[in-house]
Write a protein that binds this ligand. Structure first.
Ligand code: BG6
Length: 478
């Protein structure tokens, strides 16, 4: 079995990292707008007000707001069947608390969806991708407050109704499990505790994070039920950052630690979304972090009634888990681990492991048995724009090719995979470092880490390679 006829090939972005236009047409600031640029070694600063001495890269991002026609034309040229994007919540509800939406914001997405439709590209919309309105942080400390459920639902209802004939595929929260790590407190949950100055070292109150996650689970389940009542054809998925962890050794202690890491990193959130209830090990985790979740009597039923239609996930790299504290460490998406002696890494220390994707696909399908979708994958790399505006990126082609081969292998074994949207299909701002130079795209955006540049778009070698992959439905990968 190779890729099905309707396989959804495409690419992925998020408004906060791609769209720009941060204060245009009535949009309010989001959490992403309050973070400065950083680097591999310098963490991104988080500020409650704008500091004139800092640069805030998400404000302009890749300027899709003014380039959407050209960008969608490039996606069409590559043959995209699907485009994953998010709707900026604060473009629709500038503070998150308004009773009625900002019409100019809604009109922008109408234009985007109409353009996609003309190009024959299906939108896949992430409702909340690391961009809750910053006002909700100031007023409520983000998702720590149950009030956020109501605001989020108002946002959902507005966009579900408005776009019910234009959008079929939705994701409720990007990488919801960012909330199990202190790193994800601000971006994922909008929680900003007193004393936090940067993204990598947030003042962490696990009680607030786990309570915030509970509110997001309830909000997601309610959104699924609401979406289906507005249009029964909607396909609504969850989105989890899958970290494939391997036990470093056959020492049973390492094996047990690894099993527990899968519970914590991946299944704590995945199980609630798919099975509609907390897994048995949730209690163990709450005890370990000394948290107690406040639940309303109706929550159990809400979770049960709002299970997702498909399971979407991001996959970039794998880690090793060991009880030996002396072993060398490596970086990763949301979460680093012990270095794997069998793997190489990109410049940011993320280990490259295509077989890990196959492992994840088999593991997830075995556990959940609902359709899967890989909605983020790719290599962040330093590209060089040559004199004649070309970019030679064999490392990116190699990375993606090997991952596609592994998706194919998993499908041959019977895994139900709906689609593949590599991350940052047109270059955009990195979440982890705030850099532009950590590039993932098939299309180069001529801008540097401080926003200097023409913002012109230039197809890279990988653009033409991916075009061929899509045209042959994954048969020709060389
Ligand atoms: C995921 C996010 O964590 O990984 C994206 O959903 C993010 O928003 C991507 O950009 C890659 O991470 P980074 O740090 O390289 O941008």
């Amino acid at each position: 079995m190779s890729f099905s006829k309707g396989f959804l090939w495409g690419g992925a972005t998020a408004a906060n990292q791609f769209e720009g236009g941060w204060n245009e047409d009535g949009r309010g600031p989001s959490v992403a707008d309050m973070m400065s640029n950083g680097s591999k070694t310098e963490p991104r600063r988080i500020t409650r007000t704008f500091d004139d001495n800092l640069y805030y890269p998400n404000h302009k991002a890749s300027d899709f707001y003014h380039h959407y026609k050209e960008d969608i034309a490039l996606m069409k040229e590559m043959g995209f069947k699907v485009f994953r994007m998010s709707i900026s919540w604060s473009r629709i509800f500038p503070t998150g608390t308004e009773e009625s939406p900002n019409e100019a914001g809604l009109a922008f997405y109408d234009k985007v969806f109409d353009e996609l439709n003309k190009a024959g590209i299906e939108p896949l919309v992430t409702i909340s991708h690391y961009e809750s309105p910053f006002y909700l942080t100031e007023k409520y400390n983000g998702w720590a407050d149950r009030k956020l459920i109501e605001f989020y639902l108002r946002f959902c209802e507005t966009i579900f109704n408005r776009y019910k004939d234009k959008v079929k595929y939705w994701l409720t929260f990007n990488e919801i499990n960012a909330g199990v790590y202190s790193f994800g407190g601000f971006s994922g949950l909008g929680i900003l505790n007193e004393g936090t100055t940067n993204m990598n070292d947030q003042v962490d109150i696990p009680q607030l994070r786990f309570q915030g996650l509970h509110h997001q689970f309830v909000a997601s389940a309610k959104a699924v039920a609401l979406g289906h009542s507005i249009n029964p054809d909607f396909q609504i998925g969850c989105m989890v950052a899958i970290t494939v962890n391997y036990a470093y050794s056959s020492n049973p202690e390492d094996q047990l630690a690894n099993q527990r890491s899968w519970d914590y990193c991946n299944y704590y959130c995945g199980d609630v979304h798919v099975r509609g209830e907390y897994p048995y090990f949730a209690k163990r985790i709450w005890e370990e972090y000394n948290v107690s979740i406040k639940m309303e009597p109706e929550d159990e039923e809400i979770l049960k009634k709002g299970t997702v239609d498909f399971f979407a996930f991001s996959y970039y790299m794998s880690n090793c888990i060991s009880t030996d504290k002396e072993l060398a460490k490596t970086q990763g998406n949301l979460f680093g681990g012990v270095k794997n002696p069998y793997l190489t890494a990109n410049d940011w220390g993320w280990q490259i492991d295509p077989a890990g994707l196959r492992y994840a696909l088999n593991e997830l399908y075995g556990r959940y048995q609902i359709p899967l979708m890989v909605v983020e994958n790719g290599i962040g790399a330093l590209d060089t724009l040559e004199e004649n505006n070309t970019v030679h990126d064999p490392y990116r082609i190699e990375y993606l090719k090997e991952h596609i081969k592994c998706m194919k292998a998993a499908m041959e074994e019977g895994v139900d995979l709906m689609g593949y949207t590599p991350w940052g299909c047109i270059d955009l701002i990195s979440v982890g470092s705030g850099e532009m130079k950590k590039r993932y795209g098939f299309v180069y955006v001529d801008a540097d880490d401080l926003g200097n540049g023409s913002y012109n778009r230039y197809p890279k070698d990988s653009f033409y390679w991916y075009q061929k992959v899509i045209a042959t439905n994954g048969e020709e990968l060389e």
